[in-house]
Design a binder for this molecule. Sequence first.
Ligand code: SAM
Length: 204
Amino acid sequence: MVDTQIILRGVKDQKVINAMLKVPRHRFVPEELTDRAYDDMALPIGEGQTISQPYMVAVMTELLELDINHRVLEIGTGSGYQAAVLAEIVKEVYTVERIASLSERARQIVRELGYDNIFFRIGDGTLGWPEEAPFDRIIVTAAAPEIPDTLIDQLKEGGIVVAPVGSRYSQVLLKGIKKKGILTTQESVPCVFVPLVGERGWRE
Ligand code: SAM
């Protein structure tokens, strides 16, 4: 997976490559899909949601320009796989999921795998996690019409946010850097994510 889907497609950050080599993706997919866990695609995880394509996880993680001291907010815990990849690289990961059953399952898997630097919250991630803000980095793993202001407010000065932004059915990955309180964005690759549903996202 890492050689053919990630390195060959241009991901270079060795921290990201090492993390993707280490995290056992098959533990995060439903049991009946274990033999497809390393395929080049998103897979269903129940509740109409997905674990993102491995390449997309790698690109988003690389765009964040992570270092070991960072505290990262993830919106959209899903399976917990992206959170585990982040947790291999940074000090602390705060991850918010609106569907309780997914959050609870993810929490159980990462506990079994021994991660103690991932913190879970069930709720509307479009509102961020104000009690733990500000964050060095923010990653949104569901698609929104725009990056919610609430999240930009919870990003540190000089911080980076990565999010799929566009219509409900097709988006582009945006990387935003916050300088003097203003977010400057640049487009990365096209993508398709499930919708970010919430007060500052799409209505259900
Ligand atoms: N990062 C996940 C992983 O590694 O498996 C993939 C996330 S999946 C593509 C998107 C997730 O975002 C879904 O689990 C969905 O329930 C969640 N989501 C959508 N809107 C949300 C919101 N407002 N707050 C928190 N989670 C949300």
